[in-house]
Design a protein around this ligand. Structure first.
Ligand SMILES: Cc1cc2nc3c(=O)[nH]c(=O)nc-3n(C[C@H](O)[C@H](O)[C@H](O)COP(=O)(O)OP(=O)(O)OC[C@H]3O[C@@H](n4cnc5c(N)ncnc54)[C@H](O)[C@@H]3O)c2cc1C
Ligand code: SF4
Length: 338
Protein backbone atom coordinates (compact mmCIF):
# COMPACT_ATOMS: atom_id res chain seq x y z
CA UNK A 1 0.00 0.00 0.00
CA UNK A 2 1.40 3.39 -0.99
CA UNK A 3 0.02 6.09 1.35
CA UNK A 4 -1.75 9.11 -0.10
CA UNK A 5 -3.77 11.99 1.31
CA UNK A 6 -7.45 12.60 0.63
CA UNK A 7 -9.50 15.78 0.79
CA UNK A 8 -12.88 16.80 -0.54
CA UNK A 9 -13.16 20.11 -2.43
CA UNK A 10 -16.01 22.34 -1.24
CA UNK A 11 -16.30 24.37 -4.46
CA UNK A 12 -14.40 25.04 -7.70
CA UNK A 13 -12.20 27.76 -6.13
CA UNK A 14 -11.33 25.44 -3.25
CA UNK A 15 -10.45 22.66 -5.72
CA UNK A 16 -8.10 24.98 -7.64
CA UNK A 17 -6.59 26.29 -4.38
CA UNK A 18 -5.92 22.75 -3.15
CA UNK A 19 -4.38 21.46 -6.39
CA UNK A 20 -2.20 24.57 -6.76
CA UNK A 21 -0.93 24.09 -3.19
CA UNK A 22 0.25 20.51 -3.77
CA UNK A 23 1.88 19.73 -7.14
CA UNK A 24 1.71 15.95 -6.55
CA UNK A 25 -2.07 16.02 -6.03
CA UNK A 26 -4.71 14.83 -8.52
CA UNK A 27 -8.42 15.37 -8.84
CA UNK A 28 -10.62 12.31 -8.59
CA UNK A 29 -14.11 12.26 -10.13
CA UNK A 30 -15.62 8.82 -10.92
CA UNK A 31 -12.26 7.14 -10.29
CA UNK A 32 -12.78 4.57 -13.06
CA UNK A 33 -9.42 5.32 -14.68
CA UNK A 34 -7.39 6.93 -11.91
CA UNK A 35 -7.94 4.18 -9.33
CA UNK A 36 -6.86 1.50 -11.83
CA UNK A 37 -3.72 3.52 -12.58
CA UNK A 38 -2.98 3.81 -8.84
CA UNK A 39 -3.54 0.10 -8.24
CA UNK A 40 -1.14 -0.69 -11.10
CA UNK A 41 1.40 1.78 -9.65
CA UNK A 42 1.36 3.84 -12.86
CA UNK A 43 0.15 6.95 -11.00
CA UNK A 44 1.23 7.83 -7.44
CA UNK A 45 -0.65 10.99 -6.44
CA UNK A 46 0.44 12.38 -3.07
CA UNK A 47 -3.15 13.48 -2.44
CA UNK A 48 -6.53 12.88 -4.05
CA UNK A 49 -8.77 15.91 -4.21
CA UNK A 50 -12.30 14.60 -4.48
CA UNK A 51 -14.35 16.78 -6.82
CA UNK A 52 -17.22 14.31 -7.24
CA UNK A 53 -19.66 16.39 -5.15
CA UNK A 54 -19.06 19.74 -6.82
CA UNK A 55 -22.18 21.25 -8.40
CA UNK A 56 -21.07 20.64 -11.99
CA UNK A 57 -23.88 18.28 -12.94
CA UNK A 58 -26.16 20.44 -15.08
CA UNK A 59 -26.92 20.06 -18.79
CA UNK A 60 -28.43 23.35 -19.92
CA UNK A 61 -29.05 25.36 -23.06
CA UNK A 62 -26.83 28.39 -23.72
CA UNK A 63 -27.99 31.79 -24.96
CA UNK A 64 -26.50 31.12 -28.40
CA UNK A 65 -28.51 27.90 -28.89
CA UNK A 66 -25.79 25.51 -27.81
CA UNK A 67 -25.47 23.23 -24.79
CA UNK A 68 -23.43 23.50 -21.62
CA UNK A 69 -22.49 20.21 -19.96
CA UNK A 70 -21.09 20.12 -16.41
CA UNK A 71 -17.81 18.24 -15.96
CA UNK A 72 -19.41 15.94 -13.39
CA UNK A 73 -22.39 14.83 -15.49
CA UNK A 74 -22.10 11.03 -15.51
CA UNK A 75 -21.56 9.55 -18.98
CA UNK A 76 -24.88 7.60 -18.74
CA UNK A 77 -26.90 10.69 -17.78
CA UNK A 78 -25.39 12.63 -20.65
CA UNK A 79 -26.02 9.92 -23.26
CA UNK A 80 -29.68 9.62 -22.22
CA UNK A 81 -30.32 13.33 -21.71
CA UNK A 82 -33.33 14.44 -23.81
CA UNK A 83 -31.39 17.38 -25.32
CA UNK A 84 -28.55 15.08 -26.35
CA UNK A 85 -30.93 12.46 -27.78
CA UNK A 86 -32.84 15.10 -29.72
CA UNK A 87 -30.12 17.52 -30.84
CA UNK A 88 -26.72 15.80 -30.47
CA UNK A 89 -27.33 12.06 -31.00
CA UNK A 90 -23.76 11.71 -32.32
CA UNK A 91 -22.50 12.42 -28.78
CA UNK A 92 -24.93 9.95 -27.18
CA UNK A 93 -24.04 7.21 -29.68
CA UNK A 94 -20.32 7.67 -29.09
CA UNK A 95 -20.67 7.53 -25.30
CA UNK A 96 -22.83 4.41 -25.45
CA UNK A 97 -20.25 2.69 -27.66
CA UNK A 98 -17.77 2.94 -24.77
CA UNK A 99 -17.07 0.89 -21.65
CA UNK A 100 -20.03 -0.82 -19.90
CA UNK A 101 -23.26 0.43 -18.32
CA UNK A 102 -21.74 0.24 -14.82
CA UNK A 103 -18.65 2.20 -15.86
CA UNK A 104 -20.70 4.80 -17.70
CA UNK A 105 -22.75 5.32 -14.52
CA UNK A 106 -19.56 6.22 -12.58
CA UNK A 107 -17.52 7.94 -15.31
CA UNK A 108 -17.76 11.72 -15.52
CA UNK A 109 -17.67 13.96 -18.58
CA UNK A 110 -14.46 15.66 -17.40
CA UNK A 111 -12.80 12.36 -16.50
CA UNK A 112 -13.67 10.93 -19.92
CA UNK A 113 -11.75 13.79 -21.55
CA UNK A 114 -8.73 13.07 -19.37
CA UNK A 115 -8.62 9.26 -19.40
CA UNK A 116 -5.19 7.93 -20.28
CA UNK A 117 -4.08 5.65 -23.10
CA UNK A 118 -4.76 1.93 -23.04
CA UNK A 119 -1.31 0.99 -24.39
CA UNK A 120 -0.54 -2.22 -22.45
CA UNK A 121 3.08 -1.20 -21.86
CA UNK A 122 1.92 2.03 -20.18
CA UNK A 123 0.14 -0.13 -17.57
CA UNK A 124 3.06 -2.60 -17.22
CA UNK A 125 5.63 -1.02 -14.91
CA UNK A 126 8.15 -3.76 -15.74
CA UNK A 127 8.60 -2.31 -19.25
CA UNK A 128 10.05 0.98 -20.54
CA UNK A 129 7.47 3.61 -21.49
CA UNK A 130 8.16 7.25 -22.32
CA UNK A 131 4.65 8.25 -21.32
CA UNK A 132 4.94 6.70 -17.86
CA UNK A 133 8.63 7.45 -17.34
CA UNK A 134 10.00 10.09 -19.73
CA UNK A 135 13.25 9.08 -21.42
CA UNK A 136 12.93 5.35 -20.65
CA UNK A 137 12.00 4.32 -24.22
CA UNK A 138 8.92 3.04 -26.01
CA UNK A 139 8.27 -0.70 -25.71
CA UNK A 140 5.48 -0.63 -28.27
CA UNK A 141 7.56 0.49 -31.25
CA UNK A 142 9.36 -2.87 -31.45
CA UNK A 143 6.74 -4.73 -29.45
CA UNK A 144 3.12 -5.71 -29.95
CA UNK A 145 1.57 -2.66 -31.59
CA UNK A 146 -1.61 -3.98 -33.19
CA UNK A 147 -3.79 -1.39 -31.43
CA UNK A 148 -1.47 1.57 -31.87
CA UNK A 149 -1.41 4.75 -33.94
CA UNK A 150 -1.29 5.04 -37.72
CA UNK A 151 -1.42 8.85 -37.78
CA UNK A 152 0.50 11.57 -35.92
CA UNK A 153 2.78 9.24 -33.94
CA UNK A 154 6.37 10.13 -32.98
CA UNK A 155 9.58 8.23 -32.32
CA UNK A 156 8.86 8.63 -28.62
CA UNK A 157 5.30 7.26 -28.50
CA UNK A 158 2.80 5.53 -30.80
CA UNK A 159 -0.11 5.27 -28.34
CA UNK A 160 -3.72 6.09 -29.19
CA UNK A 161 -6.25 8.18 -27.33
CA UNK A 162 -8.99 5.87 -25.98
CA UNK A 163 -12.13 8.03 -25.62
CA UNK A 164 -15.19 7.55 -27.82
CA UNK A 165 -17.00 10.64 -26.55
CA UNK A 166 -14.09 12.90 -27.54
CA UNK A 167 -14.33 11.77 -31.18
CA UNK A 168 -17.89 13.10 -31.32
CA UNK A 169 -16.89 16.25 -29.41
CA UNK A 170 -14.10 17.15 -31.84
CA UNK A 171 -16.42 16.50 -34.78
CA UNK A 172 -18.97 18.93 -33.34
CA UNK A 173 -16.43 21.68 -32.51
CA UNK A 174 -16.94 21.46 -28.74
CA UNK A 175 -15.08 23.72 -26.32
CA UNK A 176 -13.66 22.76 -22.91
CA UNK A 177 -14.05 25.37 -20.16
CA UNK A 178 -11.50 25.25 -17.35
CA UNK A 179 -10.60 27.25 -14.24
CA UNK A 180 -7.09 27.72 -12.86
CA UNK A 181 -5.33 30.05 -10.41
CA UNK A 182 -5.52 32.83 -13.03
CA UNK A 183 -9.25 32.38 -13.61
CA UNK A 184 -11.30 30.71 -16.34
CA UNK A 185 -10.26 29.99 -19.94
CA UNK A 186 -11.72 28.08 -22.90
CA UNK A 187 -9.90 25.48 -25.02
CA UNK A 188 -11.27 24.06 -28.28
CA UNK A 189 -11.43 20.25 -28.05
CA UNK A 190 -9.23 20.17 -31.17
CA UNK A 191 -6.51 21.94 -29.13
CA UNK A 192 -7.16 20.08 -25.87
CA UNK A 193 -5.48 16.74 -26.68
CA UNK A 194 -1.86 16.72 -27.91
CA UNK A 195 0.18 14.71 -30.36
CA UNK A 196 3.04 12.94 -28.54
CA UNK A 197 6.06 14.66 -30.14
CA UNK A 198 8.99 14.39 -27.75
CA UNK A 199 6.76 14.89 -24.68
CA UNK A 200 4.35 11.93 -24.69
CA UNK A 201 3.96 12.14 -20.91
CA UNK A 202 1.81 15.27 -21.48
CA UNK A 203 -1.57 14.21 -22.88
CA UNK A 204 -3.39 17.54 -22.98
CA UNK A 205 -3.00 21.31 -22.90
CA UNK A 206 -4.76 21.47 -19.51
CA UNK A 207 -2.33 22.79 -16.89
CA UNK A 208 -1.80 20.58 -13.80
CA UNK A 209 -3.43 23.24 -11.58
CA UNK A 210 -6.56 23.65 -13.71
CA UNK A 211 -9.95 21.96 -13.33
CA UNK A 212 -12.37 21.22 -16.18
CA UNK A 213 -15.69 22.81 -15.24
CA UNK A 214 -17.89 22.32 -18.30
CA UNK A 215 -18.01 21.50 -21.99
CA UNK A 216 -19.87 23.58 -24.54
CA UNK A 217 -21.47 22.29 -27.71
CA UNK A 218 -22.31 24.84 -30.42
CA UNK A 219 -25.86 25.05 -31.76
CA UNK A 220 -25.30 22.83 -34.78
CA UNK A 221 -25.76 19.17 -33.80
CA UNK A 222 -26.25 17.46 -37.21
CA UNK A 223 -29.10 15.41 -35.70
CA UNK A 224 -30.59 14.39 -39.06
CA UNK A 225 -27.53 12.93 -40.80
CA UNK A 226 -24.93 11.47 -38.47
CA UNK A 227 -23.38 8.15 -37.49
CA UNK A 228 -20.80 6.84 -35.01
CA UNK A 229 -19.23 3.53 -36.00
CA UNK A 230 -16.81 1.78 -33.65
CA UNK A 231 -14.85 -1.25 -34.87
CA UNK A 232 -13.38 -3.34 -32.05
CA UNK A 233 -12.40 -6.88 -31.15
CA UNK A 234 -15.55 -7.48 -29.06
CA UNK A 235 -18.96 -5.87 -29.36
CA UNK A 236 -18.85 -4.38 -25.88
CA UNK A 237 -16.33 -3.49 -23.19
CA UNK A 238 -13.50 -2.98 -25.71
CA UNK A 239 -11.64 0.07 -26.97
CA UNK A 240 -11.76 1.08 -30.63
CA UNK A 241 -9.40 -0.30 -33.23
CA UNK A 242 -10.90 2.38 -35.44
CA UNK A 243 -13.93 4.56 -34.84
CA UNK A 244 -15.53 7.16 -37.08
CA UNK A 245 -17.84 10.07 -36.27
CA UNK A 246 -19.52 11.44 -39.38
CA UNK A 247 -22.03 14.26 -39.75
CA UNK A 248 -23.46 15.73 -42.91
CA UNK A 249 -25.75 18.53 -43.96
CA UNK A 250 -27.35 17.81 -47.33
CA UNK A 251 -28.95 20.14 -49.88
CA UNK A 252 -30.35 18.69 -53.13
CA UNK A 253 -28.22 15.55 -52.78
CA UNK A 254 -25.02 17.57 -52.33
CA UNK A 255 -22.99 17.97 -49.17
CA UNK A 256 -23.33 21.54 -47.86
CA UNK A 257 -21.55 20.98 -44.53
CA UNK A 258 -19.66 18.05 -43.05
CA UNK A 259 -17.70 16.74 -40.09
CA UNK A 260 -15.45 13.69 -40.06
CA UNK A 261 -13.39 12.53 -37.09
CA UNK A 262 -11.60 9.30 -36.20
CA UNK A 263 -10.77 7.51 -32.96
CA UNK A 264 -8.31 4.69 -32.27
CA UNK A 265 -5.84 5.92 -34.87
CA UNK A 266 -3.80 8.64 -33.15
CA UNK A 267 -2.66 10.13 -29.83
CA UNK A 268 -5.65 12.48 -30.05
CA UNK A 269 -9.10 12.35 -31.64
CA UNK A 270 -8.26 12.89 -35.32
CA UNK A 271 -9.97 15.46 -37.52
CA UNK A 272 -8.59 16.48 -40.90
CA UNK A 273 -9.79 19.67 -42.61
CA UNK A 274 -8.58 18.52 -46.03
CA UNK A 275 -10.76 15.38 -45.87
CA UNK A 276 -13.77 17.51 -44.99
CA UNK A 277 -12.90 19.88 -47.86
CA UNK A 278 -12.93 16.88 -50.23
CA UNK A 279 -16.56 16.25 -49.23
CA UNK A 280 -17.78 19.84 -49.38
CA UNK A 281 -20.16 20.58 -52.27
CA UNK A 282 -19.88 17.02 -53.64
CA UNK A 283 -22.55 14.39 -54.27
CA UNK A 284 -23.17 12.28 -51.17
CA UNK A 285 -22.12 8.99 -52.78
CA UNK A 286 -19.57 6.24 -52.31
CA UNK A 287 -17.11 7.74 -54.79
CA UNK A 288 -16.97 11.01 -52.85
CA UNK A 289 -16.66 9.19 -49.51
CA UNK A 290 -13.81 6.97 -50.80
CA UNK A 291 -11.95 10.07 -52.03
CA UNK A 292 -12.28 11.73 -48.61
CA UNK A 293 -10.98 8.54 -46.96
CA UNK A 294 -7.95 8.56 -49.31
CA UNK A 295 -7.23 12.18 -48.44
CA UNK A 296 -7.50 11.54 -44.71
CA UNK A 297 -5.33 8.43 -44.81
CA UNK A 298 -2.69 9.62 -47.27
CA UNK A 299 -0.20 10.28 -44.45
CA UNK A 300 -0.97 7.08 -42.52
CA UNK A 301 2.18 5.34 -41.27
CA UNK A 302 1.26 1.94 -39.82
CA UNK A 303 3.38 0.07 -37.27
CA UNK A 304 4.67 -3.52 -37.65
CA UNK A 305 1.38 -5.16 -36.61
CA UNK A 306 -1.34 -2.73 -37.59
CA UNK A 307 -1.23 -2.14 -41.36
CA UNK A 308 -4.76 -3.61 -41.35
CA UNK A 309 -5.96 -0.44 -39.62
CA UNK A 310 -5.40 1.65 -42.74
CA UNK A 311 -7.80 -0.42 -44.85
CA UNK A 312 -10.14 -0.81 -41.87
CA UNK A 313 -10.25 2.97 -41.44
CA UNK A 314 -10.84 3.48 -45.17
CA UNK A 315 -13.84 1.13 -45.16
CA UNK A 316 -15.16 2.45 -41.85
CA UNK A 317 -15.07 6.03 -43.17
CA UNK A 318 -17.02 5.10 -46.32
CA UNK A 319 -19.55 3.07 -44.33
CA UNK A 320 -20.09 5.72 -41.65
CA UNK A 321 -20.53 8.53 -44.20
CA UNK A 322 -22.97 6.32 -46.14
CA UNK A 323 -24.98 5.69 -42.96
CA UNK A 324 -24.98 9.42 -42.20
CA UNK A 325 -26.10 10.33 -45.73
CA UNK A 326 -28.95 7.81 -45.63
CA UNK A 327 -30.08 8.91 -42.18
CA UNK A 328 -29.55 5.37 -40.91
CA UNK A 329 -26.92 5.72 -38.18
CA UNK A 330 -25.06 2.70 -36.80
CA UNK A 331 -26.99 3.09 -33.57
CA UNK A 332 -30.27 4.38 -34.95
CA UNK A 333 -31.90 4.79 -31.61
CA UNK A 334 -30.04 4.73 -28.34
CA UNK A 335 -33.13 3.36 -26.66
CA UNK A 336 -32.60 -0.25 -27.73
CA UNK A 337 -29.59 -0.56 -25.42
CA UNK A 338 -31.06 1.34 -22.52
C1 LIG B 1 -12.74 -1.68 -18.33
C2 LIG B 1 -12.91 -0.31 -18.91
C3 LIG B 1 -13.36 -0.18 -20.22
C4 LIG B 1 -13.52 1.10 -20.77
N1 LIG B 1 -13.94 1.23 -22.06
C5 LIG B 1 -14.03 2.47 -22.62
C6 LIG B 1 -14.39 2.65 -23.97
O1 LIG B 1 -14.63 1.68 -24.70
N2 LIG B 1 -14.48 3.92 -24.46
C7 LIG B 1 -14.23 5.01 -23.67
O2 LIG B 1 -14.32 6.15 -24.16
N3 LIG B 1 -13.86 4.88 -22.39
C8 LIG B 1 -13.76 3.64 -21.86
N4 LIG B 1 -13.38 3.50 -20.55
C9 LIG B 1 -12.86 4.67 -19.85
C10 LIG B 1 -13.87 5.44 -19.07
O3 LIG B 1 -14.71 6.12 -19.97
C11 LIG B 1 -13.06 6.42 -18.24
O4 LIG B 1 -12.38 5.69 -17.25
C12 LIG B 1 -13.93 7.47 -17.58
O5 LIG B 1 -14.57 8.27 -18.56
C13 LIG B 1 -13.10 8.38 -16.68
O6 LIG B 1 -13.97 9.21 -15.94
P1 LIG B 1 -13.85 9.28 -14.35
O7 LIG B 1 -14.79 10.33 -13.90
O8 LIG B 1 -14.00 7.94 -13.73
O9 LIG B 1 -12.35 9.79 -14.23
P2 LIG B 1 -11.30 9.58 -13.04
O10 LIG B 1 -10.75 8.19 -13.10
O11 LIG B 1 -11.85 10.07 -11.75
O12 LIG B 1 -10.19 10.61 -13.52
C14 LIG B 1 -9.48 10.41 -14.72
C15 LIG B 1 -8.46 11.55 -14.86
O13 LIG B 1 -9.13 12.79 -15.08
C16 LIG B 1 -8.79 13.74 -14.08
N5 LIG B 1 -10.02 14.51 -13.86
C17 LIG B 1 -11.27 13.99 -13.68
N6 LIG B 1 -12.17 14.99 -13.68
C18 LIG B 1 -11.48 16.16 -13.84
C19 LIG B 1 -11.86 17.52 -13.94
N7 LIG B 1 -13.13 17.92 -13.87
N8 LIG B 1 -10.89 18.45 -14.12
C20 LIG B 1 -9.58 18.08 -14.21
N9 LIG B 1 -9.16 16.80 -14.12
C21 LIG B 1 -10.11 15.84 -13.94
C22 LIG B 1 -8.31 12.93 -12.89
O14 LIG B 1 -7.38 13.67 -12.12
C23 LIG B 1 -7.62 11.76 -13.60
O15 LIG B 1 -6.33 12.12 -13.99
C24 LIG B 1 -13.23 2.23 -19.97
C25 LIG B 1 -12.80 2.10 -18.65
C26 LIG B 1 -12.63 0.83 -18.12
C27 LIG B 1 -12.15 0.71 -16.69
S1 SF4 C 1 3.35 3.77 -27.18
FE1 SF4 C 1 3.52 5.43 -25.70
S2 SF4 C 1 2.37 4.64 -23.97
FE2 SF4 C 1 2.91 2.86 -25.22
S3 SF4 C 1 4.94 2.11 -24.53
FE3 SF4 C 1 5.32 3.58 -26.13
S4 SF4 C 1 5.64 5.48 -24.99
FE4 SF4 C 1 4.55 4.12 -23.64
Amino acid sequence: MIPFGYARASDVSDAVRQIAAEPGAKFIAGGTNLLDLMKDDVERPARLIDISRLPLTAVEETDNGGLRIGALVPNSDLAWHPLIEERYPLVGSAILAGASAQLRNMASTGGNLLQRTRCAYFYDTATPCNKRQPGSGCSAINGVNRGHAILGASEACIATHPSDMCVALIALDATVHVVGPNGPRAIAVAEFHRLPGDKPHIDTTLQPNEIVTWIELPAKGFAANYSYLKVRDRLSYAFALVSVAAALELKDGKISDTRLALGGVAHKPWRDASAEAALQGQAADEKTFAKAADVLLQHARPQTHNAFKVELARRAIVRTLTQAARGTPQSQSNKHIR
